[in-house]
Ligand binder design. Structure first.
Ligand code: CA
Ligand code: ZN
Length: 301
């Protein structure tokens, strides 16, 4: 059985109070469309933040109630497809993002997004590297605006979250209340000007629950690596959290000796910025799956 949800069914903060827009069982595929992070309000270069309705920025399509999930479960989202529909939009705004102190003139750029490329001002053609900026579940308590990342996922802006990736999140409330949006057709690590190529898109995924006691989340699995994502107020706090999360995974879940895990993290692991411009920054630590195999560990299929 396959389900569809369109982007007019959107929310702006992850919360247990949200009304489910779709109910699916574990193992059932969902296809949804997503708005760009401005809900499509910036259509031409003449559209600027002056006229933007901020209350409808960072929409996530959903929430999807995933039957059979309860607090504490590890929800695995198998992302089959993350496909930009284009066009994309970017902005540069004084005092916004990590470069705002250098920008004096606000600008909106529209980027042609098709045939697997993104075209910047008819000068630069870059390959698409589609990703979902916002993806998560309702937190156990309170609400988290979609602008903000956290242990529930949210605005992680992690370039690994793309077609073929498996994202593991800890369920906070019954039914998980999953949602996603903020697709980027391309984005560099750091997202320094405050956006990637912000595009509407289409997402296909299947939710499942896996039994991996102690798995630190948000946790990411691609064809060749695993990664953890940490959100904090400073990059220092975030990278330390990411290191602890990965070392915890390697020792307590994958069974590596403490020193082996530490030395291998230093030998073949990569510490990377996701973004440094959201209300909390996100940092990830990547580690090759091949090394897990050498220690006889593999994630459940
Ligand atoms: Ca984002
Ligand atoms: Zn975005």
């Amino acid at each position: 059985m396959s389900h569809e949800l369109t982007r007019d069914k959107a929310f702006f903060a992850f919360s247990r109070e949200l009304e489910p827009q779709l109910r699916v069982a574990l193992g059932e595929e969902v296809r949804m469309t997503t708005h760009d992070c401005f809900s499509g309000q910036l259509k031409t270069t003449a559209d600027t933040l002056a006229t933007l309705d901020w209350s409808i920025t960072n929409p996530a399509t959903g929430p999807v109630y995933i039957e059979g999930t309860k607090p504490g479960d590890i929800l695995r989202i198998d992302l089959h497809e993350v496909r930009p529909l284009g066009p994309s939009v970017m902005i540069a705004v004084p005092e916004v993002g990590a470069l705002g102190h250098l920008i004096t003139q606000e600008e909106t750029a529209i980027l042609d997004t098709r045939d697997d490329t993104v075209v910047f001002k008819d000068k630069v053609v870059v390959p698409q590297r589609p990703m979902l900026g916002v993806i998560g579940v309702a937190p156990a308590e309170g609400e988290v605006p979609n602008s903000t990342p956290g242990v529930h996922g949210g605005n992680m802006d992690c370039t690994l979250i793309t077609s073929g990736t498996k994202l593991y999140l800890t369920v906070g409330v019954e039914g998980a209340l999953f949602g996603c949006g903020d697709m980027h057709a391309a984005m560099g690590d750091g997202e320094v000007v405050v956006c990637g190529a912000e595009t509407p898109g289409e997402v296909r995924f299947t939710p499942d629950v896996v039994d991996i006691p102690g798995l630190p989340t948000p946790f990411i699995e691609t064809s060749d690596l695993v990664a953890v994502v940490a959100a904090a107020e400073s990059t220092d706090a975030a990278y330390k959290m990411a290191l602890d999360m990965m070392h915890g995974f390697l020792t307590r879940v994958a069974g590596l000796p403490v020193n082996d895990a530490a030395m291998l993290m230093s030998l073949v692991g990569d510490l990377r910025f996701c973004q440094v411009v959201d209300p909390l920054v996100t940092v990830r630590f990547e580690f090759p799956k091949k090394v897990l195999a050498a220690y006889g560990y593999s994630l459940p299929a």
